[in-house]
Design a protein around this ligand. Sequence first.
Ligand SMILES: Nc1ncnc2c1ncn2[C@@H]1O[C@H](COP(=O)(O)OP(=O)(O)OP(=O)(O)O)[C@@H](O)[C@H]1O
Ligand SMILES: Nc1nc2c(c(=O)[nH]1)N[C@H]1C(S)=C(S)[C@@H](COP(=O)(O)O)O[C@H]1N2
Length: 186
Amino acid sequence: MADAEMGDDGKRAAKIGVVTISDRASVGQYEDQSGPAIIAYLTRILTSPFETIKRIIPDGFESVRDALIDLADKARCDLILTTGGTGPAPRDLTPEATEAAASRVLPGFGELMRQESLKQVPTAILSRQIAAHRGPCLIINLPGKPASIETCLNAVFPAVPYCLDLIGAARLETDPAILKSFRPKQ
Ligand SMILES: Nc1ncnc2c1ncn2[C@@H]1O[C@H](COP(=O)(O)OP(=O)(O)OP(=O)(O)O)[C@@H](O)[C@H]1O
Ligand SMILES: Nc1nc2c(c(=O)[nH]1)N[C@H]1C(S)=C(S)[C@@H](COP(=O)(O)O)O[C@H]1N2
């Protein structure tokens, strides 16, 4: 393995794909705030080495499915976080595209993220966000609204490092003072 792929402690740096899915952000009609919010969140909570691979793409089934497959198989991402395209509007097809790219769906993630989001906005029920894995890559959908990023990631991230262990992805460590991750078997 090349040195550039290793952290200071010799462990493999995790590769994390951050995919903003928005017709308007992808053509510069508004500035993407959700992708940067995801990266700021990861920078805050992770103590293990990681690098991010960023994409901003339009809504749609094929555009999203192909980006996910590319990030999982070619870029070898351990984790992909998407934002946007999870609602019921005609072009919101992120969950379908995620399922098409997936080996298996992990239904608990979507259930918990909606539950936590509902404590903040009644329209959280409109998000069809899911999580799934494609081989050794975990994919998690987040809504498009920048404010939803922290709510959803706080809800599910405690289980993410152990999920990555189980699917054979890179090891993630979080700062326990900010977010405690849980590994049943130490
Ligand atoms: N990546 C983003 N960065 C900043 N704001 C966003 C982003 N995604 C969504 N929003 C905000 O949340 C609102 C609702 O999100 P939603 O995904 O429904 O937008 P949308 O109108 O479908 O976006 P688009 O037409 O660009 O695909 C948007 O109007 C925008 O204000
Ligand atoms: N935490 C949180 N979840 C949320 C929201 C929000 O503002 N905060 N917005 C909701 C709304 S209004 C919609 S339409 C759906 C889908 O948004 P998306 O199509 O941008 O993914 O997410 C929902 N989930």
